[in-house]
Ligand binder design. Structure first.
Ligand code: IMP
Length: 182
């Protein structure tokens, strides 16, 4: 059995990460810490610096995750500002910004950064989809408004089936492949 530490304060992410990595035979040890999140245009740079900060805090090999929802009609907003946008305008605010827009295309990206003090690796997962017309019930974060391609249901409505489509699943599958090879 392989082990890895995940630094996060998001219980929803923890639950999903645990399920996905255990399917690859990787056991996850969670550390409730908030690594420094720099302001940057690049999700990669944010994830890289976050992994280094987490390693400095806990002193052992660690993964961190950084995500973004990118809405085409909003020129990629909220993107790297997804967390702030969620806390301020929320799902209803994103839907409001799209009123009258025929283009509802969007993508969700997840970056998993691993750092062990020497080597840093980044695994990316991306899912294309659309922003729904209404805020649906359940889920967390942007789950109630993101409809991945290949279904007409939002992440929230997909419930456990979310992982068949999710950005996080794709990024973690890639991470698990790299990590298992080491
Ligand atoms: P961060 O990586 O925690 O900064 O994520 C950015 C924003 O995207 C936060 O508001 C999260 O709640 C949201 N988010 C990240 N992943 C998901 C997801 O799988 N579903 C819904 N919202 C998500």
């Amino acid at each position: 059995m392989l082990f890895v530490t995940f630094a996060s304060t998001n219980e929803n992410k923890n639950r999903e990460v645990e399920k996905i990595l255990s399917s690859h035979g990787i056991s996850v040890d969670f550390v409730w810490t908030s690594p420094v999140e720099i302001q940057s245009e690049s999700l990669e740079e944010i994830a890289r610096e976050k992994a280094k900060s987490a390693f400095a805090q806990i002193g052992k090999p660690v993964i961190v995750e950084d995500d973004g929802l990118f809405v085409d009609a909003l020129k990629g907003f909220p993107g790297q500002y997804s967390s702030h946008a969620f806390k301020t305008i929320g799902n209803a605010g994103i839907i409001k910004l799209l009123v009258g827009s025929a283009d509802r295309n969007a993508s969700f990206r997840s970056l998993i950064a691993f750092y062990d003090g020497k080597h840093l690796s980044i695994s990316e997962g991306r899912v294309d989809g659309k922003i729904s017309d209404n805020v649906t019930e359940g889920g967390w974060g942007y789950d109630p408004i993101f409809v991945p391609s290949g279904t007409s249901l939002t992440f929230a409505q997909l419930k456990e089936k979310k992982n068949e489509y999710s950005h996080r699943k794709k990024a973690l599958d890639d991470f698990a492949r790299l990590y298992s090879k080491e």
